[in-house]
Write a protein that binds this ligand. Sequence first.
Ligand code: S3P
Length: 181
Amino acid sequence: MGEVIEFKSKRSFRNIALIGFMGTGKSTVGKKLARLLNWEFLDTDLEIERLCEMSVTEIFQKFGEKRFRSEETLLVKRLSDYNQFVIATGGGLMVDPENWRNLEKNALIICLYAPLDKLSERVGESSQRPLFKGKREDIEALWQGRQAVYAKADVTVDTTFKDADEVVDAILAELNIRKLI
Ligand code: S3P
């Protein structure tokens, strides 16, 4: 466990997008990875919060999930012009096939994986994430339903027993071995 578990693609890319369920460490890993590559970093949730001038939780509360998803879709369209960015995506962003198509045009898609128990431990009770609240079976259904989407990533890294630095090392090692960077 804990190794890069799958590598599917050798496509050329200008950016790296991190995908995966809430709590997999996309933002922490993304920032560190960007720093080491000397690339820019963008977190889609934070960018939407900046553009909408309210938190993700407030967007969900005031306007509903649908509005949040349309903000994600608009943002991803803009990202196709970006170059040398590490992009940490919100956990549900890649569920929309249109977002997937737009992001994969220029980005290598790397999925960070962890089982739900591990994610619950990491995210905890005080989560600011509207979709990581409520009944365990609902969260489990969401996690389960997302796995088929995440499985389409070019690279999957199992983060279960890794801290953020180790995940970054695993990604860099894999990209180096495959002469992708
Ligand atoms: C969501 C994940 C969150 C955020 C929003 C919805 C999801 O991002 O985009 O709360 O649908 O999984 P993180 O994955 O960064 O927590």
